[in-house]
Design a protein around this ligand. Structure first.
Ligand SMILES: [Zn+2]
Length: 182
C-alpha cells in the first residue's frame, strides 16, 4: 500500500540540505571507532549541530533525531551513538541509557505536543522494515485520537502538519525549559 504525504515542506530543504546527494564525504576522523560515514545516525551523533542533522538531543551514549520521513508529526528515532545493528551488540549500560532516553523523549513529546498515545518499537532487519539495518534505533511515534480515522478519508494520504525545523525548535525549547526526567 503506497502512502502519499500531502504536505511535505521538508522535501525541498532535504534536497537542498547537506544530507542531499551533494554532501561531501563525512570525515572518518570525526566518527568514533566503527562509525560509518554513510550512516545518518553516526553523522548525527558525531556532528549534531547542523539543523539538517535533525538532532533533538544527545548524551554520552544516545542520540535522538527527528525522522526525516515521519509516520506522524513528532516521530523520533532514539539510537545508541555506536554503529551497531543487533540488540546483542549493546551493553547492559547502553540498554539502560537507551530505555531511559526513550522514556525521556516520551515525556518531552507529551509536554510539547499533547499526544493521546504512542507507538514505540524497534525494526530489526530489512524484512521487518528497518530502513537502516546497520544502526539500531527505536521509533517513537506520537498518536492522537482520530488520526487513524482521518487518514482513510484522504485515501492513503498522510498529513504532516508541521515542518521538521519548527518541530525541532519546539522540542529543544521545551527540553531547555525543564529537562525531561527518566
Ligand atoms: Zn551508524
Amino acid at each position: 500500500m503506497s502512502m502519499e504525504r500531502i504536505w511535505a515542506p521538508w522535501r525541498l530543504s532535504y534536497i537542498q540540505s547537506a544530507d542531499g546527494p551533494s554532501e561531501p564525504p563525512f570525515p572518518q576522523d570525526k566518527l568514533p571507532p566503527g562509525g560509518d560515514p554513510g550512516c545518518f545516525l553516526c553523522r548525527a551523533a558525531a556532528d549534531p549541530l547542523p539543523p539538517e542533522r535533525l538532532v533533538v538531543t544527545s548524551d554520552a551514549v544516545t542520540v535522538t533525531v527527528l525522522n526525516r520521513y515521519p509516520y506522524n508529526n513528532g516521530h523520533l528515532l532514539v539510537a545508541p551513538r555506536r554503529h551497531v545493528g543487533e540488540l546483542t551488540d549493546i551493553s547492559p549500560e547502553e540498554q539502560q541509557a537507551l530505555m531511559s532516553a526513550v522514556s525521556r523523549m516520551v515525556t518531552l513529546l507529551r509536554r510539547a505536543m499533547k499526544p493521546d498515545g504512542f507507538n514505540i518499537g524497534l525494526n530489526l532487519g530489512r524484512v521487518a522494515g528497518a530502513g537502516l539495518p546497520g544502526h539500531l534505533h527505536w521509533h517513537i511515534v506520537p498518536r492522537w485520537n482520530g488520526d487513524t480515522n482521518f487518514m482513510p478519508v484522504l485515501a492513503d494520504a498522510k498529513v504532516i502538519p508541521q515542518s521538521l525545523d519548527s518541530l525541532r525548535e519546539l522540542l529543544q525549547a521545551t527540553l531547555a525549559e525543564r529537562p525531561a526526567g527518566g
